[in-house]
Design a protein around this ligand. Structure first.
Ligand SMILES: [Zn+2]
Length: 236
């Protein structure tokens, strides 16, 4: 029975090796182990070659980073709009605390898209996206109210008669015009909705303040800096 003898030694050796691999001396950019000297790029450990890349390519690479931040922020804005509208429709809350979450997820998504780069144009974009998401959420909320209040069989009949299949061709162009006009008015109504809600001064004012705080959250998250700060070299 020679097997049990090496057994205690093997795990010890593996443990030692495992501990060696998990030391924090690895480049956060290329994931490789850092030997000798290291740098810090925005506070994160980086190897010499990644630090060089970060130093040299930052201004050139920042355009792609901004484009990615806008795309990520756009998706987050759509998600925020859906979240805001869903919470309002389901809970019937009149005060938009969800504005805070919308500002947060848009800011975070943009920073994820830019991989940590920020700056004034990121902040302005984050403000616009947060405002658009929160204000346009008023459209599905208003439509849900409208559908909820108008479920009579007569209105269903009218809708059936007005369906595109049964409409003569001449009316279709007119319908498209009406649809475009209706969409335009809906967008205007949505964008103005945070201020229209001042018709109910108390709720409207509180809603505006919360929206303002949500905008501030998005603004702060995307502050960052255009160029990553590279520090070092340090010894491991
Ligand atoms: Zn590296």
């Amino acid at each position: 029975m020679p097997e049990p003898a090496p057994a205690p030694e093997t795990p010890q050796f593996e443990t030692a090796e495992y501990q060696g691999v998990t030391t924090p001396d690895w480049c956060r950019t290329c994931k490789q182990t850092v030997v000798g000297t290291y740098y810090r790029v925005k506070g994160e450990m980086a190897c010499a070659s990644c630090a060089e890349v970060a130093k040299g390519k930052a201004p050139a690479g920042s355009h792609g980073a901004f484009a990615r931040a806008v795309v990520f922020g756009g998706f987050a804005a759509v998600a925020g709009l859906v979240l805001y509208a869903a919470v309002a429709i389901i809970t019937g809350w009149m005060i938009g605390y969800v504005s805070l979450a919308v500002g947060f997820i848009i800011g975070k998504a943009m920073m994820m898209g830019s991989r940590g780069l920020g700056g004034r144009r990121y902040q302005i974009t984050a403000l616009a996206l947060t405002y658009a998401a929160v204000s346009l959420a008023a459209i599905p909320i208003a439509l849900s109210d409208y559908i909820g209040n108008d479920t009579s069989p007569q209105s269903a009949q009218v809708q059936q008669q007005a369906s595109p299949e049964s409409a003569p061709a001449a009316d279709q162009g007119e319908q498209q015009m009406t649809l475009a006009k209706a969409t335009g008015s809906l967008l205007l109504f949505g964008l103005a909705s945070p201020f229209l809600s001042l018709a109910d001064p108390v709720h409207g004012f509180i809603g505006l303040i919360i929206l303002f705080v949500g905008l501030q959250i998005a603004w702060k998250i995307t502050a960052g800096s255009e160029v990553p700060e590279v520090e070092g070299p340090y010894n491991v």
